[in-house]
Write a protein that binds this ligand. Structure first.
Ligand code: ATP
Length: 506
């Protein structure tokens, strides 16, 4: 080996050492950079998840404030006070609620029960199951074509992005559940492509899906409907009429119960007081008549309300004959009674015209309340002349009587136009059990049946049950009149006549 080769090898070794050293340094630098980048990425990701988590918590608190705050409160309790005290408090609260429920169901339900039930029904029944029911009933919208976004770039190239994140079936979302004693009201938000009327048509199918007998739909906002399911029937048992009433308020008279378990009131004076009640034989028309009279017994006794009765059957009103200031059975007597009322109305008109817009009820000018039983018997089945005269007088009283303090309440078995030609002049209608589906529309108006006023399906055993609609009610409301037994009619008669038959016109 000569000196030249040794020199080359030496230089090569030195060069290699330098390269290794440089690479080592570069590796060091790169490792530091990579380490710094990794640390930055970890910090960035941690921050990102923290912000996302905080956003989720805030969103949950805003959208489900009660549940979120409850969970946070429980977590705080366990953290600061410990879980044994939490268990003891939970057991004590449950026991107190059960005792409250046992002692006073109504106040428990109004204050606590309905909130717990709403929460339970929402999360255990409607949120998991309703979307499936809606889809099965055709209340969903399919995206048959997946949306396509077209973007034009600066250099003229087009990018086509198919948005696969959107689901192909869009379903209404449950926005809230209110669970009353017999009804669940489920508010849902519609998706574009659905309208509230679509839900109206699906009520029967939705009722079947929920395994309940009735379902109604109410429009809350243009894109929100309430789907109401009747879980149980609060009107199954007769509604007892309270002891003789103490009310003088003739504009808000207790008449029974609504299907929501609330009191049902009717006006006997003022706007919407003329009432036509339709119902087949045995449907309970008489409880619609007697119940408000029992409620305003003091007003009748004190002469603030004067009741007249037309009783073609000569049986029902005759049982409380002393309550009626005027009373007629035959068509001729009925006409005379109506003439008398119209004359009294004309007198009052002459006395008050130009002085007041509504005559205040007083003993001098009492509310004249006409109870016209079986109105069809006299407006259809009498001779033509008497019939026309009766129809004319009833029309006069119903069109002019409101402001003057005259109210007509008619009762009919068959609500056809031929039977009750003045049907349209009664602003308030009540439809008890009827024999034909078509009668529902005749009494309550078009679409009443479709909206759930299934009066032809009321069972015979449910006398006094019926539907009201209109007068501020968007949907037909099921009601049951208070049941007035014979002895209460007699007690009312004794009460208003002071024990005898005083005050009865000859
Ligand atoms: N509100 C009610 N609650 C419970 N049962 C009732 C009620 N109203 C009536 N009933 C029962 O139904 C029966 C028939 O009632 P009601 O006499 O009022 O019928 P109606 O409609 O007047 O029949 P009709 O036209 O044949 O006289 C009553 O004898 C009573 O047993």
């Amino acid at each position: 080996m000569n000196a030249h080769l040794v020199g080359v090898l030496f230089l090569g070794a030195v060069g290699l050492a330098v390269v290794v050293w440089v690479l080592h340094k570069i590796g060091h630098v790169l490792a530091s950079v990579a380490e710094a980048l990794a640390a930055a990425a970890v910090v960035f990701l941690a921050l990102w998840w923290l912000v996302k988590g905080l956003g989720w918590v805030v969103r949950e608190i805003v959208t489900h404030p009660r549940t979120s705050i409850g969970v946070l409160a429980l977590a705080a309790w366990v953290h600061w006070v410990g879980w044994p005290s939490l268990v003891i408090a939970t057991v004590a609260t449950t026991a107190a609620l059960l005792a409250w429920r046992r002692c006073h169901l109504v106040s428990f339900d109004q204050w606590a029960g309905h909130l717990l039930r709403s929460w339970w029904q929402r999360w255990m029944v409607y949120v998991p199951k309703l979307p499936g029911w809606l889809h099965a009933c055709g209340l969903s919208v399919r995206d048959d074509t997946i949306p396509v976004d077209v973007t034009v770039s600066l250099v003229g190239r087009k990018k086509i992005i198919r948005d696969r994140r959107n689901p192909t079936v869009r379903l209404p979302r449950v926005r809230g559940v209110k669970s009353g004693p017999s009804w669940d009201e489920v508010r849902v938000e519609l998706v574009p492509g659905l309208k509230p009327e679509d839900f109206d048509e699906a009520t029967r199918a939705l009722a079947s899906a929920r395994k309940v007998s009735r379902c109604q739909v109410r429009e809350i906002a243009p894109n929100v409907v309430s789907i109401d399911f009747q879980r149980r029937d609060l009107l199954a048992a007769p509604v007892p009429v309270p002891a003789l009433g103490e009310s003088f308020d003739v504009r808000h008279v207790w008449a029974g119960r609504t299907e929501y378990g609330q009191d049902w009131h009717v006006p006997l004076h003022g706007s919407g007081s003329h009432t036509l009640t339709a119902g087949a034989s045995g449907a309970g028309k008489n409880s619609i008549m007697w119940c408000p009279l029992v409620s305003i017994a003091p007003a009748i006794r004190d002469g603030l309300v004067r009741v007249s009765g037309i009783d073609p059957k000569g049986m029902e009103l005759a049982y409380g004959r002393g309550i009626f200031h005027r009373y007629a059975v035959t068509a001729r007597d009925a006409l005379a009674l109506l003439d008398d009322l119209v004359a009294a109305m004309d007198q009052r008109k002459a006395a008050f015209a130009g002085r007041v817009r509504t005559v205040p009820v007083s003993q001098e000018h009492p509310l004249e309340l006409l109870e016209f039983d079986e109105i069809g018997a006299l407006t259809r089945y009498t001779d033509r002349k008497t019939r026309d005269a009766i129809v004319e007088k009833v029309a006069l009283l119903t069109t002019q009587g409101r402001a003057l303090g005259f109210t007509v309440r008619g009762y009919v078995q068959e609500p056809t136009k031929e039977t009750v030609p003045v049907r349209e002049l009664f602003p308030r209608r009540i439809c008890l059990r009827v024999t034909a589906k078509s009668h529902v529309g005749m009494v309550l108006g078009d679409q009443a049946y479709e909206r759930g006023a299934w009066a032809n399906r009321i069972e015979e055993s449910a006398a006094g049950v019926g539907y009201v609609w209109g007068e501020g009610l968007r949907e037909p409301l099921r009601v049951r009149a208070g049941w007035v037994p014979d002895k209460t009619v007699k007690a009312l008669e004794a009460f208003v006549t002071g024990g005898g038959l005083l005050g009865v016109a000859a």
